[in-house]
Design a protein around this ligand. Structure first.
Ligand SMILES: [Zn+2]
Ligand SMILES: [Zn+2]
Length: 99
């Protein structure tokens, strides 16, 4: 009987099919990894004290209203959140002025 997978006439077809299967599997794996990374991306866990919009912890200003999110400790000049009452490093009391 006729065997389409034999090397007698369609040897290159088998190689080309293997190539495409590997390519498609690789593409699916890449897409899955990309989707998983996108789904578990950096969460916007902070909210702006001025407008309540989502901001990230590394932001210095709110991208929504332009309000300041960080300020410098008057005692040790560490970068602290504007809504913090005390500096976690030097324990100094933080006043409400935004510089
Ligand atoms: Zn804001
Ligand atoms: Zn300090």
């Amino acid at each position: 009987m006729y065997c389409s997978w034999g090397w007698a006439g369609g040897g290159w077809n088998f190689v080309i099919i293997l190539f495409w299967v590997a390519l498609i599997l690789g593409g699916i794996a890449l897409a899955a990894a990309f989707l998983a990374r996108k789904k578990t991306g950096v969460p916007e866990e902070h909210t702006c004290p001025s407008c309540g919009g989502p901001v990230r912890s590394m932001y210095l200003r709110c991208p929504h209203c332009g309000g300041h999110l960080k300020k410098h400790c008057p005692s040790c000049s560490r970068l602290v959140q504007v809504d913090w009452k005390y500096c976690p490093d030097c324990q100094a009391k933080l006043d409400d002025q935004t510089s």
